[in-house]
Each structure stands twice: as structure tokens, then as C-alpha cells.
Design a protein around this ligand. Structure first.
Ligand code: M6R
Length: 610
């Protein structure tokens, strides 16, 4: 999603802005630009394409002299094509802006201002912010009242940074429902959509509220109310494990982050385990966990898939009824909520717009909310009644991998603790489950990682020339099938579908023709044989079948499946372990097909618009 940076200080602004934009690239974008106070006045450079293209263009056009202040932007197109004219910054009269979010009433505002004779130069919703600010600034000459006016006219979400041409070396910024941080550092003052853009200069930052304005000058970082009254803000410190540590020896972030999986499990266990048993002291604050008679899990994408596996754990261990809901559905079609419900919101970034909106809806209805979050001090962490952090460390690749592992590990621990409190599992059983999680699982994962050559060879066979791929499984294997299909499709662009194995014959089996790849996941005692029967059904129709399983298959089955990969970890943790296999499978599939693994087309790391 769009990224924003603003700077004012003693250093040369263009280089810092470009560096910051590169650090924001991981969010996903299709055009970029910057605007600075050049000696001759406001100057804008922007282009469709990469930050490197903006840099090249800037190098060709840069004026002589020092430049100490400016704003920059990476755009992920929502309104209007990813072209230079739609790239940010946008200028209207005396005002230049960058914007992250969606202005929902932009069409009517554009019509209103076009009728008044304002030239509109782009197809974006964002440009109207510049127009509104300029219109008000022309009347009052006061930035704060212009911001107040713009805010009063727009509906939607925004983090917006603005330059006023006659206020040299000052940046203003304000937000609603979109992330924005401000940081005072040794080399000057910054604002950004997240702290990665500035973390190389310091580790402390502030978060402006929705009725506040950030003002950056060379000397000062001021956060104030719209009437100018200064506000004293809490200062957050970036956690050591939430710094971007780079790709290290790995070719891509995605690969590095898959290799981080055992560590993500260990660190998450370390945080919530005492003396070999789960311990969620923080969660006790509201006594939420023991009162819940039903759990709702709400999230998007991979986080939702982690929740689905969590549902399996809560139901199996604790006997709690659980429903899982897509956040973008929940926010508008909220299912009837009952007294005794606990809603768990899972999010790696903690800034996903749909998940946040769903959480706000739950809070409005008075239902207790628990956030499972990977990013410290993110909006979800701040807004939920209670937060449990996963300790996966920074995840940079767009495809979520180690965060999924940490989320599922945390839910596994929580389900065990609730089960123990409810007397459904003995302490000895929980202790054994924790031992498996803490020690056997990371070892199992490490074995898979060490076998990445075999997985690459398998992936080559299934991904090289195929246009589609089906994943089938039952129970927790089906939950994993859903995540595995999402992983492969988002990075390799292969059309992937996951089906509950028994559901296939109710329609989808019509798509199974000779050589169509089907990945069957079969583990556990309850439905292993059933999934194997479904495997036979697709094999009988000529599908090419890869069986991923927790045991050595019978001699007969070994001849029926084209390929078999055995992960010798029996029990409820199989899915967590096998997830690493499927992450590697997707990674190598994307690599084989020449895709941009870390930044798949059209995708953004942090989906901050709905
Ligand atoms: O930051 P979040 O966990 O809230 O993000 C949710 C989804 O947008 C995210 O998991 C997305 O599906 C990833 N591309 C999956 O790899």
C-alpha cells in the first residue's frame, strides 16, 4: 500500500527521502515521487515505476543548492491507473500533498471544485485533498485552519503530508484510519507511514491521534491540536526484534523469513511459556480467556488462515465453539454476537484496514477484543482490549510466512491453556503438548529446511508449466491446504484452489483432467484414509498427485501418488510443520516462473485501505 515519508532537518532532504522510499518499497507500490523545497521553490519529481526511476529522474533534474525539507510517496493505485500523472505528490495552487488511504466522497468533491473552475490534473481521489487545502489556505493563509477545513469535507481514510509553498521548510501531516508516525532524530525530524522508513536514524517515535496535526521544521517536531495547542505524546521505542535485519545470506526476504520459522516458534514460546506450561498473564488482565463461551476469529488472508487452524485447536482441545470470519465481511455483515463471546483479531501488521474496522465494530457492540499482533504499537495493538504479541520479528516479504507460523503457535498455546483451565486436558497432557511445540516442532521444521533441494525439485515439477493447482485435505489439513493455495497463488500467479477433500466430488472434480496437479495433504488418524480415497479419485481421472503426509505410505499408495513427501511429525502440530514445506514449495514455484518473489504484482504488504 502507499508509503509516505516527510523530512525536515540539517541533511540533504532528497537523498533521505529516496532512501526512506526504498525502505517503504516492501509495502507494495506501482509509482513514486517526491516534492522538496528547492532553492527556486517547490519542485516535484514523480514517475510510474520504481523508486530507482524517481532517483534517476531526480539526478537529471536536480537544481543546484541545499535542500532541507520535503515529502515522498510510493503509490499503490486504487483510483486511477498507475501512471505518472496519478503518482503523488499532487499539487494544487500553493499546496503539495502525498496521501495514503481512500477519500470516499472524492467524486462529488471533484465535481464541486471542477465546477468552481479548479483544474484537476489527475484521476485520483487524493488530489482533492490538495485542492481543499489550497482553497482554504487561499482564504485564511493558515495551514491549521486549512487542514481543519479539508478534514471537515472529506469522508474516508487518510494519512496526508502537505507542503505550503510560502512556508519554506515546514511539513504538515494529519491522519484518520491510516497509519502515521513521527520521529525526532539526530539528523532531523521525520514522519512516515511506518517506522521502517526512519529506523536507520533512531528507534523512538510518536503516533499522532486523529484530531492532531504533526508539524516538522528543522528545529522542531511539534504535535498539536487543530487549534495549535501543543500535545505531549508518549514516545514508543522500536523493539529490537522488530527491526529489519536485511536479507542476510538469502537471495530473497521470503526465503530468509521461511528459514526464520523455527526461531519464530521458539521466541513466541519463550514469551508465553513458564516452567513448560502456557502462561498468558497479560491476557488475565480482563479475565477474558476463562469467561468466553464462544470465540470469534476475525482476520484477512494468511492471518485468517492461521485463525482457521486456531479454530481447530480451540475446538479440539478446549471444546469451545469457534467461528471464523473474513474481516471485510464482518465489518458490514456482523454475525449476531452473544454474551460470552470473545473476538480474536489476528494481524501481522496490526494496520490492516478491514481488520481494524471489524475490531471497531466489535467494540461498538461491547464485545471483548483480543488482538494477536506481530508489530509492536500498531493500531490493532493499541485499540484492542488486550494484545498478545507474536514474536516472529519483522516480516518484509509481501507473502506472510513466519508470522503465520508464530500466530498458529500462539493459538495452539492459548487453546491448551484454556483447555487446562476448563479441565479438558490434564496438566501432564498440556506439558507434553508444550514440549512438542517448543522442541519437536522447531526440529521438524529445521529438517524440512535442510531438505529444501528436494522441495525445489518437487516444486519445479508441479509449478513450471501448470496454469492451475488444487490442494485438498480434511480438518486441520484442509486449513493448511487453504493457506498453501494462497501462498502459491500470490507469489507464482498459478491459479490455486483449496478444497475440503470430500467436497471435491460435488462439482470441482469436473476440472480434474489428465496432468492437472493436485496436492493432497493427509495426516492424523481420523480422516487419513478418507483423504487417501479422494486422492485415488483424482488420480483415476489422470491428475498428477503429490501426497504430503505424516507417515510412510503403504506400498500400494506409494505407486498411486506420483510423488510423496513425508513429514514424520504425528499429531496436531503436523500442519504447523508442513506449512514450512508449502512455503518453500510456493517460493521455489515463484522462482521457477521468474516472478518477483518479494513483491508480487498488485499486492501490498500492509493493506491499509479497504
Ligand atoms: O497484516 P495482516 O496480517 O493483517 O495482513 C493480512 C493479509 O493482508 C495478509 O496475510 C495477506 O493475505 C498476505 N499477502 C498473505 O501472504
Amino acid at each position: 500500500m502507499c508509503g509516505i515519508i516527510g523530512y525536515c532537518g540539517q541533511e540533504q532532504a532528497p537523498a533521505l527521502l529516496l532512501r526512506g522510499l526504498k525502505d517503504l518499497e516492501y509495502r507494495g507500490y506501482d509509482s513514486a515521487g517526491l516534492s522538496v523545497f528547492a532553492p527556486t521553490g517547490l519542485q516535484i519529481v514523480k514517475t510510474a515505476g520504481r523508486v530507482a526511476d524517481v532517483e534517476e529522474k531526480w539526478d537529471r533534474q536536480k537544481p543546484k543548492g541545499d535542500i532541507f525539507c520535503g515529502i515522498g510517496h510510493t503509490r499503490w493505485a486504487t483510483h486511477g491507473a498507475p501512471t505518472e500523472r496519478n503518482a503523488h505528490p499532487h499539487r494544487a495552487g500553493q499546496v503539495c500533498i502525498v496521501h495514503n488511504g481512500i477519500i470516499e466522497n472524492a467524486d462529488s468533491l471533484r465535481a464541486e471544485f471542477a465546477a468552481k473552475g479548479y483544474p484537476l490534473l489527475s484521476d485520483t481521489d487524493s488530489e482533492i485533498l490538495a485542492v481543499l487545502l489550497d482553497a482554504a489556505y487561499a482564504r485564511t493563509g493558515e495551514a491549521l485552519s486549512a487542514i481543519r477545513y479539508a478534514r471537515s469535507r472529506v469522508v474516508g481514510s487518510y494519512a496526508c503530508a502537505a507542503l505550503f509553498s510560502d512556508q519554506r521548510d515546514v511539513v504538515y501531516a494529519f491522519r484518520k484510519d491510516s497509519p502515521l508516525i513521527a520521529a525526532k532524530t539526530q539528523i532531523g525530524n521525520f514522519l512516515a507511514s511506518d517506522f521502517f522508513a526512519v529506523s536507520r536514524y533512531g528507534d523512538r517515535y510518536m503516533i499522532p491521534e486523529e484530531d492532531e496535526v504533526v508539524v516538522l521544521t528543522k528545529e522542531e517536531l511539534l504535535i498539536c491540536k487543530e487549534n495549535g495547542e501543543r500535545v505531549v505524546k508518549p514516545v514508543y521505542t522500536v523493539q529490537p526484534d522488530s527491526r529489519d535485519t536485511g536479507k542476510g545470506i538469502f537471495e530473497h526476504y521470503m526465503l530468509k523469513e521461511i528459514f526464520d520459522a523455527p526461531d519464530a516458534v521458539r521466541k513466541t514460546c519463550e514469551a508465553y511459556m513458564r516452567d513448560g506450561l502456557p502462561d498468558f498473564q497479560a491476557f488475565d488482565t480482563q479475565n477474558l480467556r476463562f469467561q468466553a463461551s464462544r470465540i470469534g476469529i476475525v482476520a484477512c488472508g494468511t492471518a485468517l488462515n492461521a485463525g482457521k487452524l486456531g479454530r481447530y485447536f480451540f475446538e479440539t482441545f478446549a471444546g469451545l465453539p469457534v467461528f471464523c470470519e473474513i474481516a471485510s465481511e464482518f465489518r458490514y455483515y456482523t454475525p449476531p454476537l452473544l454474551p460470552g463471546d470473545l473476538l480474536i483479531f489476528i494481524t501481522q501488521s496490526g494496520e490492516t484496514a478491514d481488520t481494524l474496522a471489524a475490531m471497531r465494530e466489535a467494540k461498538k457492540q461491547g464485545v471483548p477484543t483480543l488482538a494477536v499482533v506481530n508489530t509492536p504499537n500498531s493500531a490493532a495493538a493499541r485499540e484492542a482490549d488486550c494484545v498478545l504479541y507474536t514474536h516472529a520479528g519483522t516480516e518484509t516479504a509481501v507473502a506472510s510466512t513466519k508470522a503465520y507460523i508464530a500466530q498458529t503457535a500462539l493459538l495452539y498455546m492459548l487453546a491448551n491453556e484454556i483447555a487446562a483451565r476448563k479441565g479438558r486436558l490434564t496438566q501432564a497432557a498440556v506439558r507434553e503438548n508444550m514440549r512438542q511445540l517448543d522442541s519437536r516442532l522447531p526440529v521438524g521444521m529445521a529438517n524440512i529446511l535442510a531438505d529444501c533441494g528436494t522441495i525445489q525439485a518437487l516444486s519445479d515439477v508441479y509449478c513450471a508449466d501448470n496454469a492451475s493447482c488444487f490442494f485438498i485435505g480434511r480438518g486441520a489439513d484442509y486449513d493448511l491446504a487453504e493457506e498453501s493455495a494462497l501462498k502459491l497463488k500470490e507469489v507464482s500467479y498459478i491459479h490455486c484452489e483449496a478444497y475440503a477433500a470430500g467436497e471435491l466430488k460435488h462439482g470441482t472434480i469436473a476440472l480434474i483432467a489428465p496432468h492437472v496437479p493436485v496436492v493432497a495433504i493427509a495426516s492424523g488418524e481420523r480422516t487419513y484414509e478418507k483423504t487417501v480415497s479422494n486422492l485415488r479419485e483424482v488420480r483415476a481421472r489422470g491428475a498428477r498427485v503429490l501426497l504430503v503426509t505424516d507417515r510412510n505410505p503403504s506400498a500400494e499408495l506409494a505407486t498411486i501418488a506420483d510423488d510423496v513427501y513425508t513429514i514424520p511429525l504425528r499429531g496436531d502440530l503436523f500442519a504447523l510443520c508442513a506449512a514450512v514445506f508449502f512455503q518453500l514449495f510456493a517460493y521455489y514455484g515463484a522462482l521457477r516462473r521468474g516472478c518477483d518473489v518479494d513483491k508480487p504484482r498488485n499486492l501490498a504488504k500492509s493493506v491499509t485501505v479497504e
